[in-house]
Each structure stands twice: as structure tokens, then as C-alpha cells.
Write a protein that binds this ligand. Structure first.
Ligand SMILES: C[S@@+](CC[C@H](N)C(=O)[O-])C[C@H]1O[C@@H](n2cnc3c(N)ncnc32)[C@H](O)[C@@H]1O
Length: 269
């Protein structure tokens, strides 16, 4: 990743580019050369400097759309059985948040081909993915007639994401796909294409939708096309506050975000 994470003694976090050697905060100036150290500002305040996790990065990165939250991403990966080496087709890319976790889950031996119909969205996602080492320096967005000249290069990246400007309702170019993940408004219009390209032995489809009416339409279409093992879930997230007074759930929680539907690809007779 092209980042390092500076945390002050109050727990406030700053995501810095790797090249930053000195950083100014309200608690003083800190030398930020050595990652993996406890540091002190010129005013005597304590800081930590570490490598950020993907979670640290995505909380602070630029978004043009509503991105998926960790509670849903985690379940998509776990219940979806996404593993090392798999080929995933995703739509839409959006901010690229889900893309990042999918790419890390499939690892160096796998790949994520991510489609979006909005050039602005996919270009923002491209920048985000470049910084965390999932696409290569100057890598093109397939289907867009545009060259990119990047000034950063991540050395230890996975580089396993391919970005495509395209509409998955019209065409999915890939064959023998292990998993199709759809975070877009009308996945029922993609199901026939998905059926064509999913691997018959292990192919799965996963959809993420905010409205129950969309889920109903999607599940009907999945059944009509012969998909099976169909299940829909909703997850709630509640933080626990631990203080000297006691331990209790936070009064605020993340309630509804979206419904996640899982299904297996149809089998031939
Ligand atoms: C809610 S965003 C996805 C957010 C993404 N999962 C994330 O975590 O950052 C939905 C995206 O789907 C794209 N989209 C909608 N319909 C599409 C289609 N038919 N094919 C490809 N992308 C599509 C939109 O342009 C939008 O960027």
C-alpha cells in the first residue's frame, strides 16, 4: 500500500502517503519516517506509526457512491465461500470498496474483473485500487479509450483487479467464472448472462440490494433460471461500549443497509 497510519494519543487517525516524512498536527510536529514505532511530537505528545489495514484506508478514501460496509462484505466473503484462486466478476465497481476485499480474498492466484457503467465512478475506484496495490501503474480501464499516467507505484501489491467500463446486463465477457457479485439496482437483468458464464461445478451468484421488492424480483428470476440453494440475509451491527461505568451496547447502531442473496448456478440434467 502507498500509505502509513499515524495515530495520536487520543486515538485520532491520520492516513499518510508513504512519502510523507514529517506531519503537522494540533499535538505538534511528528517525524514519520520509521513505520512500526511509538513516536513523540516536538510538543511531547505520543503517537503510533504503523501500516494501515484495508479498513483504515477505506474509511478515509474518496467515494462517489454508497460503498458496502464491513459487516456485509465479511458475510459476502464468508457465506459466499470466496477463496484463494477464484475468478470473480463484480458489478458495479462503485468506489471499489467491495472490490478491494474480494481481491484480497482471492489473492495472487485469483482475479476480480469489475464492471461499471459510469466512467466517473470507475476512475475514482481506479485511483483507490492503485494506492492499495490492486491495479498496476498506468493500467488501463478496459472499454475506455483513455491512457493514465500514474505517479505512484506500489511494490508489494496483488495486482489482481481488472477494471472494465461496461454494462453487465448486455454482456459478461469472461467464461468459467466462479462467483458473480452484483451491487447494482437491477440484478435480475443480469441473471441470464450470469447463467451462461458461471462455472457449472462451483459457480455462485451474490446480490446486494437495499429494497425488499428488488430482492423479490431477483429471487423470482433466479428460480426461473434454475439457480438453487437460494438464501437471503440481513445483518445488523452494534458496537459495545466498554468504560469504567460498565459495558453496554452503544445506543446507536448500523441497522438496515442491504439484503444479501446467495445462490448456486443451475446444473444441466
Ligand atoms: C452502490 S454502487 C457499488 C458500490 C461498491 N460495491 C463499493 O463497495 O464501493 C453501484 C454501482 O453500480 C454501477 N452500475 C449500475 N448498473 C450497472 C450495470 N448494469 N453494469 C455495471 N455497473 C452498473 C453504478 O454506476 C454504480 O457505480
Amino acid at each position: 500500500m502507498d500509505y502509513k497510519l499515524l495515530v495520536d494519543e487520543r486515538g485520532k487517525k491520520y492516513l499518510l502517503k508513504k512519502s510523507v516524512e514529517k506531519f503537522c498536527t494540533d499535538l505538534g510536529v511528528v517525524e514519520t519516517k520509521e513505520i512500526g514505532k511509538r513516536l513523540e511530537s516536538h510538543l511531547g505528545h505520543k503517537f503510533y506509526l504503523v501500516e494501515p489495514t484495508l479498513y483504515d484506508v477505506l474509511k478515509r478514501m474518496k467515494r462517489t457512491v454508497t460503498a458496502l460496509l464491513p459487516k456485509d462484505i465479511g458475510f459476502i466473503i464468508a457465506r459466499g465461500g470466496i477463496r484463494e484462486g477464484e475468478t470473480i466478476v463484480e458489478a458495479g465497481t462503485g468506489a471499489g470498496v467491495l472490490t478491494m476485499y474480494l481481491a484480497n480474498a482471492v489473492g495472487r492466484g485469483g482475479k476480480v474483473i469489475s464492471y461499471d457503467i459510469k466512467p466517473e465512478a470507475i476512475k475514482v475506484a481506479r485511483k483507490n485500487l492503485l494506492r492499495v496495490g490492486l491495479i498496476k501503474k498506468n493500467q488501463k480501464i478496459l472499454g475506455l479509450d483513455e491512457d493514465f499516467e500514474d505517479d505512484i507505484e506500489v511494490e508489494d501489491g496483488l495486482f489482481n483487479v481488472i477494471l472494465k467500463f461496461g454494462d453487465v446486463r448486455e454482456k459478461i465477457d469472461e467464461k468459467n467464472v466462479d462467483v458473480i457479485v452484483l451491487d447494482m439496482p437491477d440484478p435480475w437483468n443480469v441473471i441470464e448472462n450470469a447463467k451462461e458464464v458461471l462455472n457449472k461445478k462451483r459457480g455462485r451468484i451474490i446480490t446486494y440490494l437495499p429494497y425488499i421488492d428488488q430482492v423479490k424480483k431477483t429471487v423470482s428470476k433466479l428460480k426461473e433460471e434454475g439457480f438453487w440453494d437460494i438464501e437471503t440475509y440481513e445483518l445488523m451491527e452494534r458496537m459495545i461500549e466498554v468504560s469504567d461505568k460498565g459495558v453496554r451496547p452503544s445506543t446507536r447502531m448500523i441497522g438496515h443497509t442491504g439484503y444479501i442473496t446467495f445462490a448456486r448456478a443451475p446444473l444441466e440434467e
